[in-house]
Design a protein around this ligand. Structure first.
Ligand code: NDP
Ligand code: HSE
Length: 408
């Protein structure tokens, strides 16, 4: 039986879990792909850390030394940030080494160029773990929804943010304590600002966009807000009005134009993302033939991420390369001057607001108001302390009057 030689870049939450899973499921891999799997090297940063790695496996902080191991077949990458990882992966792909990566920041920035390098090197680049952790969204879009035209994607893509919102809502935990708990579980990024300021979900949305539309938008035209600053009071007020706050990445294609956003939204009961809680991620997809599909599961953490990486790994030896579908859609710039429907939390309707006549909600038993306003107007009110927060209404094309008649 021939042997597949694997090198790991990174031995943190994800890398160590991949290592343990490969070591403990050797016979399963042999049955699945008909070859032995051997880990030959591990790249880390800090050579002084104690690690549970078997004798005979090279552990090094030098990529040169790792790459000098003869006949590496696959590199599994799970380190942080764009560099040095992008350079390492590029060199591996040039040499014809297949790459499986979980690194969405790297992919959002360098995915296109790495794909080109992979094609030149006759190697494959796989990245299921980079979007939505253990949820097989990449494979689903690449392999199972080829004939459908996908017109709308709404997704919870950051496990840490969803976990924090859930902890605050269900256990009345403070923001910092909830974040600390997410870090302890291994969900958060090395810099958790990536999670709570919406960057992580943004990178994942860019990867999905590239997959669906064959290109990314101008990043400056994509509105990005994170969950920082959302309070228990916001959550309670919105929930009393029958909604939930969820951090949502969305992509809508209309008449060959796409609009992308990453932001906390007010989600009505019955919406596919309403019940998604804790570290779960979920992706709701509208296909023209399939209708609405939802994939849901753990979006972060050691085992779910190792699961996605190792499913990719097995696929390397079970299929030939899949080419991305490319449809001709241009990217719509975000128009912050467009009137849209929002749920705003505020002690009362701002008296000085130019938008006053468009506040459709009257104060019910809580401080949630439905308002038709531009994003710019609400940003100003927020900055001036006239409102506590504001959320776009989830559910494409819904009218205020259709969604919450009780407040009209
Ligand atoms: P950790 O911080 O737990 O581990 C990072 C690992 O990378 C460590 O072993 C670290 O070395 C090593 N490393 C960092 N920088 C370098 C470098 N310059 N050279 C060599 N090694 C380096 O991160 P995670 O395991 O949580 O995440 C890894 C990647 O996977 C990230 O890109 C993340 O976004 C992605 N990811 C994470 C998920 C999760 O749930 N945690 C889920 C999906 C994707 P050392 O041990 O010496 O410090
Ligand atoms: N920090 C990321 C999250 C890890 O919380 O979703 C998974 O990509």
């Amino acid at each position: 039986m021939t042997t597949i030689k694997v090198a790991l870049l990174g031995f943190g939450t994800v890398g160590s879990s991949v290592y343990q899973t490969i070591q403990s499921r050797r016979s399963k891999f042999e049955r699945l792909i008909g070859k032995k799997v051997e880990i030959v090297g591990v790249l880390i940063q800090d050579e002084t850390k104690q690690r549970n790695i078997a004798d005979g496996i090279l552990v090094t902080s030098s990529f040169e030394e790792l790459l000098a191991i003869p006949e590496i077949d696959v590199i599994i990458e799970a380190i942080n940030g764009i560099e040095p990882g992008a350079g390492y992966l590029s060199r591996a792909l040039e040499k014809g080494i297949h790459v499986v990566t979980a690194n969405k920041e790297l992919l959002a920035h360098e995915g296109q160029s790495l794909r080109e390098t992979a094609a030149k090197g006759h190697a494959q680049l796989k990245f299921e773990a980079a979007v939505a952790g253990g949820v097989p969204i990449i494979g689903t879009l690449q392999q199972l929804l080829q004939v459908n035209e996908v017109s709308n994607v709404e997704a919870i893509l950051n496990g840490t943010s969803n976990y924090i919102l859930t902890e605050i809502a269900e256990n009345q935990v403070g923001f910092q304590a909830a974040l600390h708990s997410a870090q302890k579980h291994g969900y958060a990024e090395a810099d958790p600002g990536n999670d709570v300021d919406g960057w992580d979900a943004f990178y994942k949305l860019m990867i999905l966009c590239e997959l669906l539309l064959g290109k990314q938008p101008d990043w400056t035209q994509v509105s990005r807000r994170g969950i920082r600053g959302i309070t228990l009071a916001d959550i309670q007020v919105v929930e009393t009005a029958g909604w939930r706050i969820k951090h949502i990445a969305s992509l809508q294609v209309k008449e060959e134009k796409a609009q992308l956003r990453v932001e906390p939204m007010a989600v009505p009961e019955g919406h596919p993302l309403y019940e998604v809680s804790g570290v779960d991620n979920a992706v709701s997809i509208q296909g023209d033939l399939a209708g609405n599909l939802k994939l849901q599961g753990p979006g972060a953490g050691a085992l779910p991420t190792a699961s996605a990486i190792l499913e990719d790994f097995v696929q390397l030896y079970k299929e030939s390369d899949n080419r991305n579908r490319s449809i001709d859609a241009s990217i719509l710039a975000e128009d912050s001057n467009r009137l849209q429907d929002w749920l705003a939390t505020a002690p009362s309707i701002p008296k000085t607001a130019a938008v006053k006549q468009r506040w459709k909600g009257k104060q019910a038993d809580n401080n949630a108001y439905l308002v038709s306003a531009t994003e710019g107007e609400l940003e100003k009110l927020l900055q001036a302390g006239k409102i506590c927060n504001f959320f776009r209404l989830a559910g494409a094309g819904r009218e205020i009057a259709d969604t919450v008649p009780i407040l009209i």
